[in-house]
Design a protein around this ligand. Structure first.
Ligand code: FES
Length: 234
């Protein structure tokens, strides 16, 4: 077996066992994927577009969100300047785009970011210290260097979670141990806005197909009752 394929097997084994330490993931350096120009039609015209490896979306108060970065609401500030400085310093512009966004939909876990890289969505939560910003870019760079998804470093491990359900193909490498599902299903979530609700205190309630559904506000209940089939609670 060549050194390269030995390295690859070792890395794959380490990844599978979630044992990649910061450094291990750098040992296998695959041929870097170069960005490439493609032509895309839009509005009846053809535009050259750079295909790149990923994009980092950071939920930011500057973009009309409701929670992340809101010091008035007791949240940590989002240091957009540090995100930009780290991104520029590392020369990632042609491989990883940086975007400041509005709400990513998981306010309770904020401050939040989403790293979309090499075809995978990596959700980052509880980013309430500037130290996480270089750690996120270190993680992204490690994956760009080896050309594949690796588990997060110890400093980020507690901040990564799987927001999306795994595809039904079974070819999904979990990045972290699976979260413990709530046994009584969606009882604690308003199905319209996904805010957490407490069945013991919720004032807005509806019965649907033998289930009691709890809402955070009358507007959510109205929206639900207007078209229950749209909210996937069956
Ligand atoms: S405000 Fe950041 S996820 Fe909603």
């Amino acid at each position: 077996m060549s050194d390269d394929s030995m390295g690859e097997s070792r890395l794959r084994a380490a990844v599978t066992n979630s044992e990649v330490s910061p450094g291990d993931e750098h040992r296998l350096v695959l041929e870097p994927t170069r960005p490439r120009l493609i032509r895309i039609q839009a509005r009846g015209e053809e535009f050259p577009i750079l295909q790149i490896q990923g994009q980092l979306f950071v939920c930011s108060k500057a973009n009309g969100n409701c929670c992340c970065g809101w010091e008035e609401k007791g949240r940590a500030p989002v240091n957009a300047s540090l995100y930009e400085a780290e991104w520029e310093r590392r020369g990632l512009r042609s491989r990883l785009h940086l975007s400041f966004t509005g709400c990513l939909g998981v306010c309770t876990l904020g401050n939040n970011a989403l790293l979309q890289i090499l075809g995978r969505s990596i959700w980052l939560k509880d980013l309430n210290d500037d130290a996480f910003i270089p750690a996120i870019f270190d993680y992204a760079e490690a994956m760009l260097q080896v050309g594949q998804i690796v588990p997060p470093s110890p400093s980020l491990k507690e901040h990564v979670y799987e927001r999306f359900l795994a595809p039904p193909t079974g070819q999904h490498l979990p990045l972290i141990a699976d979260a413990v599902p709530v046994t009584d299903d969606l009882q604690y979530v308003d199905p319209v806005c996904f805010m957490n609700v407490d069945p013991a205190t919720a004032r807005h309630v509806a019965e649907f197909q033998g289930r009691t559904i709890y809402f955070c506000a009358p507007s959510c209940k109205r929206q639900f009752l207007a078209n229950p089939a749209a909210f996937n609670v069956g």
